[in-house]
Design a protein around this ligand. Structure first.
Ligand code: URA
Ligand code: SF4
Length: 208
């Protein structure tokens, strides 16, 4: 795919600080090819004046069908972790680095495919617009794709998770993606990973 075929979202982002107006406009986005096979755009949602913004990777199968972020299995883990960290889920703004579901069709199943850096770059104007609108004090990056979108560089989660960083004048905390926890079958490993996610969310909340 050439740059001309993947112009990026910029031309579709309205000059507005209202998240509802952004969400409405995102339905028309053709900034990359991912809109073609996905059901619909999945824009960010939540408290428009939240101090805490959580950024995931991209919508999954369930989110693509529902049109809302984090309503599937990873979302359940995230909601549990937020509750354990004492953060009201109505006080956060939830979004993703990429707004359309990228997948491979295998028979009837749609298998999640990681977005490429080109998709993260193409979709970045939407994330920028959300940050400009919500003005969060802290951004939590859930996984490497979110960290790449927010920090603009390659991030190894194992090396940078749970640290307070700064970017564009706001605090940034990188942590693991909850879908990694969904895939864990070993009970102890899963409990440890969940506890680490809760710790990182707590740290983020103290910055908020
Ligand atoms: N995983 C994500 O990164 N985002 C969602 O919205 C759902 C699952
Ligand atoms: Fe636009 Fe982002 Fe969807 Fe690509 S993934 S079409 S840039 S909203």
């Amino acid at each position: 795919m050439t740059d001309a075929q993947r112009p990026g979202a910029g031309a579709w982002v309205p000059d507005s600080d209202d998240v509802d107006a952004l969400r409405e406009a995102a339905h028309a986005c053709r900034g990359c090819e991912l809109w073609r096979d996905a059901t619909q755009v999945v824009f960010g949602d939540g408290d428009q004046s939240a101090r805490l913004m959580l950024v995931g990777e991209q919508p999954g199968d369930k989110e693509d069908l529902a049109g809302e972020p984090f309503v599937g299995p990873a979302g359940r883990i995230l909601q549990d972790a937020l509750a354990a960290a004492g953060i009201g889920s109505d006080r956060v703004y939830l979004t993703n680095a990429v707004k359309h579901f990228r997948f491979q069709q295998r028979g009837k199943r749609r298998i999640h495919e990681k977005p490429q850096v080109a998709h993260i770059t193409a979709c970045h104007p939407w994330l920028e617009a959300e940050i400009r609108s919500v003005q969060p004090a802290v951004i939590v990056c859930l996984g490497a794709t979110a960290a790449r979108a927010v920090l603009g560089r390659d991030v190894r989660i194992g090396q940078e998770r749970g640290m307070r960083q700064e970017s564009g004048g706001r605090a940034v905390v990188v942590t693991a993606h909850p879908s990694a926890i969904v895939r864990m079958r070993d009970h102890d490993e899963r409990e440890r990973a969940l506890a680490a996610l809760v710790d990182d969310l707590r740290l983020a909340a103290t910055e908020a």
